[in-house]
Design a protein. Structure first.
Length: 370
């Protein structure tokens, strides 16, 4: 039986406070949530730590890289003791954060510890010491009171890879600030403007998009491609564009603050990732901006896009299939308005207030169970 609304004290534990999808999400949650939220940053502080603090929430920085894991853990225990949270939510999938799930569950029996999984669970098992990673994540999944997954795909992955019970997992889809994006329908530019927004790392598959662009250009299509973002793979992608002799059609824009305007000025959003996306914030933002989206059929993306209804899906890692999808979309401009309207309707389902309300409810339900 629910008790009605009761404000809870929630302690969030994150790896860092620099720019990233998780940090953006929790900073928005901190601004809109009905609860008293506190934030601990284990390794690094940064822009989002400052933004959260300026929003009126308490923040704590352990600086584990300098003080060492043992000292940082002792400091975290002191913070939990002093804050006396009703609920603890751990974010990020680093082994140290996952160890904290188990440790805090053992030390503070009366405080529910929730494990938030922001990506495909199997990715957290990759890297050095795979056996240790498995043990750590299995223990965290078992000891946490609830597991929060960002999509149904991630929920299934947690069940498979962490051996968690499905009934223990709550799905809370990520949210975006819809108001940042223009609702104006756009007709095609000449050349037709393709755009990608995201980290420039190999798994994002921008190299696939470049190969697809080359195929389209060679077939006489008049296109341009703006690539927004930065990362370790940028130099390789710039080299790929030169080797494909399509550099004059490509613009590497770097990290930009005016992404909503860039989306508004574009026609087709291309997201050709070659891994299993846990959700796809950038895709939802493009849909909110009324863009025609062509995305890989991987991970949770089919939970957002229904092929041919509110966007288009293309076979993951297949540049020829992506090129065919781009050419089909360009050849059928008369259908753009219908796709744009349905895309925005979908994006509204993932608005920030729905996300905040859903996560707040998970916290409140946990309190009702105590």
């Amino acid at each position: 039986m629910g008790r009605g609304f009761v404000m809870c004290t929630v302690l969030h534990i994150l790896a860092c406070g620099k720019s990233g999808g998780i940090e953006t999400l929790v900073s928005e949650y901190a601004r809109e949530s009905s609860h008293d939220n506190h934030f601990v940053f284990v390794w690094e502080d940064g822009y989002y730590e400052k933004k959260i603090r300026e929003g009126g929430c308490s923040t704590y920085f352990l600086d584990a890289g300098k003080t060492g894991s043992f000292n940082a853990t002792q400091e975290l225990i002191k913070i939990v003791t002093n804050v006396k949270p009703d609920v603890i939510i751990t974010h990020h999938g680093s082994p140290m954060i996952r160890v904290y799930v188990t440790l805090l569950s053992l030390l503070f029996h009366d405080i529910p510890v929730l494990m938030y999984v922001h990506c495909d669970a199997k990715d957290e098992l990759n890297g050095n010491n795979r056996v240790a990673r498995k043990v750590i994540n299995f223990a965290a999944a078992k000891s946490s009171r609830k597991i929060i997954a960002i999509s149904d795909y991630v929920k299934r992955s947690v069940v498979t890879n962490f051996k968690a019970k499905p009934e223990k997992i709550e799905v809370v889809y990520n949210g975006i600030d819809i108001s940042r994006f223009s609702e104006k329908n756009s007709s095609a530019h000449n050349p037709v403007r393709l755009v990608f927004v995201g980290r420039l790392v190999k798994v994002k598959g921008v190299q696939i998009a470049l190969e697809a662009l080359k195929i389209c250009i060679d077939k006489g299509y008049n296109l341009s491609f703006t690539i927004v973002g930065d990362g370790d793979y940028r130099a390789q992608l710039e080299s790929d564009a030169e080797n494909l002799r399509i550099e004059k059609y490509c613009k590497f824009a770097g990290i930009r603050e005016d992404v909503p305007q860039i989306l508004a000025d574009s026609d087709i959003f291309v997201h050709s990732c070659i891994w299993e996306e846990g959700f796809g914030i950038g895709i939802v933002e493009a849909m909110a901006a009324g863009k025609v989206c062509i995305c890989s059929n991987s991970g949770a993306i089919p939970e957002i896009i229904t092929d041919g209804v509110n966007g288009y899906l293309s076979e993951k890692g297949n540049s020829k299939a992506l090129a065919e999808a781009i050419m089909t979309v360009v050849d059928n401009k008369d259908n753009w308005e219908n796709i744009q309207i349905r895309a925005r309707t979908t994006a509204y389902k993932f608005n920030m207030m729905n996300f905040v309300s859903r996560l707040d409810k998970v916290v409140e339900d946990i309190m009702d169970e105590r």
